[in-house]
Design a binder for this molecule. Sequence first.
Ligand code: GLA
Length: 403
Amino acid sequence: MTGPAAVLELFRSRFGGTADGVWFAPGRANLMGEHTDYNEGFVLPFALGQGIVAAAAQRSDRRLVLCSAQEPGSLVEVALDGLAPGQVTGWAAYPAGVAWALASAGYEVPGACVAIDSDVPAGAGLSSSAALECATALVLAGLSGAGLAGPAAGRRELAAIARRAENDFVGVPSGIMDQSASLLGRRGHALLLDCRSLETTQVPFDPAASGARLLLINTRARHELTAGQYGRRRAECEQAARLLGVPSLRYLTDVGDLRRLTDPVLRRRARHVVTDDQRVLEVAGLLTSGSGDPYPAIGRLLTQAHLSLRDDFEVSWPEADATVDAALAAGALGARMIGGGFGGSVLALVRQDAAEPVRAAVAGAFARRSWTAPEFLEAAPSDSARRLGLLMSRREGGSSAGT
Ligand code: GLA
């Protein structure tokens, strides 16, 4: 996790005062259930140790002023009154969108100076944007005393607000998985989320206790058309559900029902969703059964999911396929692409002693193809978004910034 010290220093250098608090929101990886969330299905993500830290202070005017360590030199100022979709673009649209969505939900949004830092790589399919939304939501709720950051019901509402920012302000038609993982994840657990009822279950998930390990491999590839393809997949799923006469693909549990779809593309899309929902429940069952070592079976399910995403849903990309192949050949228990697809990261499940051979095999596969070297990250199921201890409180540190 990026510490509060650097972001407090950024805050001081850009805003010239002391922050009221520091908040953290993690990125996420997803163990199972891809493109199932917007089909009202199941997902099993977990919060990462990496994420966004934000140092913030309230302002007495109605302005949100933002800076980011990842965007040196840029200071974005947003007027809160009259804020509407389309007015802010680029990275600042995510925090501005959260201010807009909170206000639309009837919350009093205070003016604020916010300094942001991140150790979750952007574009790696690890939900750095959802982390930015969730950190901003906690900042604004915390500064206004809206009390949304406490109990689970408040967190669920914040997740919905952060998603609304992404859907309706930024214009990305994503589901609820990423914001839920960031706001509801728990250390040593994966979050089983039923995206129809929004019911959540914390599933114990501690691979290290069984001598296993999760490797997160950022393929550093980002292919064109990402946003458009995501929307197209979503539309295909909705069309398949309409043709089958169900409100969403979640209502189908038997792939045999898909025979009624005459379009082979729609049938494959729906087959991925139905089988991935089943894989989520199987993995959750394996993790909770307590009988024997669940990881070889989970590894096989991961690889099945990758093949389904590659062949049925068609959202994989060459670097992910090569990563999965190399990891399996070097002894991984299983591996798959995670996130929306067309770029980003692969999650590999390995025995402790296979971690180094798998890394070397993946790095070698990239070098042979003259691709940019992949980045290897730790993926430890971690705690959700929270306020961090502040090194200097406003009282100790003197006047507040920007007020
Ligand atoms: C992105 C979206 C999520 C989810 C995944 C695919 O991460 O933000 O809502 O749809 O893609 O599972």
